[in-house]
Design a protein around this ligand. Structure first.
Ligand code: 5GP
Ligand code: MG
Length: 209
């Protein structure tokens, strides 16, 4: 597990999200079965995460390393509420090809910033098996990071294999494939302002006889 000797500001336990009664907006209702986390609920939790991270890192010259492409919405909202000077860089990691199951990890973009001696916060959209963050934190440690913590919007603990836990977690979600707020299926649905569940026929179309 990544570690940092810095103090940790208490953050309320991540809420376990089951379903929401929010109606799927008409423009998205063709492919989205349900809203799992409504926009307002995301915004409130992102503010809590940003407040805890700000309290922990405001004097640390933090380097935020966000993983492409799923963090685009989360990162934009989170970092604008971090009220202290920081450095940000993006790392391209791809573990899902076009399906909904985990594949091998490939680096599609390397960092520009030198991480040696830095306090690093890795931001990802969702922690599933833990393979991605295990590999990325190992890589950043090898590159010389002085301290490492991880922040994820969503945690799906049911499929975890190696015991990896993130330091800052937005929500705990059930064992479902989720999209929206940056998360995709085949590079689609990243623009949803909420986290939703895809209709089964979108990723498992019935095969004609
Ligand atoms: P892990 O390496 O922890 O198994 O998977 C992490 C990556 O898999 C995430 O960064 C994300 O890109 C992808 N992923 C895992 N679960 C989901 C999901 O439910 N929906 C989407 N869109 N991506 C997922
Ligand atoms: Mg990802």
């Amino acid at each position: 597990m990544p570690s940092s000797p810095l103090p940790r500001t208490p953050l309320s336990a991540p809420p376990h999200v089951r379903t929401s009664r929010a109606v799927v907006p008409r423009g998205h209702s063709r492919d989205i079965a349900a809203v799992l986390i409504p926009q307002l609920r995301i915004q409130r939790r992102v503010a809590e995460l940003a407040a805890a991270i700000s309290a922990d890192y405001r004097d640390q010259e933090l380097l935020v390393v966000a993983l492409l492409n799923g963090t685009v919405a989360f990162l934009a909202d989170l970092m604008r509420q971090m009220e202290f000077p920081l450095t940000m860089d993006l790392m391209g990691v791809s573990s899902y090809r076009s399906g909904t199951t985990s594949g091998d990890l490939a680096y599609t973009k390397r960092l520009k910033v030198d991480v040696r001696g830095r306090q690093v916060l890795v931001v990802d959209d969702i922690l599933d098996t833990g393979k991605t963050l295990t590999a990325v934190t190992r890589e950043l440690k090898a590159l010389g990071a002085a301290g490492l913590r991880t922040c994820v919007l969503l945690d799906k603990p049911t499929s975890r294999s190696g015991g990896f836990e993130a330091d800052y977690v937005g929500f705990v979600v059930p064992h479902l494939f989720v999209v929206g707020y940056g998360l995709d299926y085949a590079e689609k649905y990243r623009n949803l302002p909420f986290v939703g569940v895809l209709k089964k026929e979108v990723y498992a179309p019935e095969t004609p006889e």
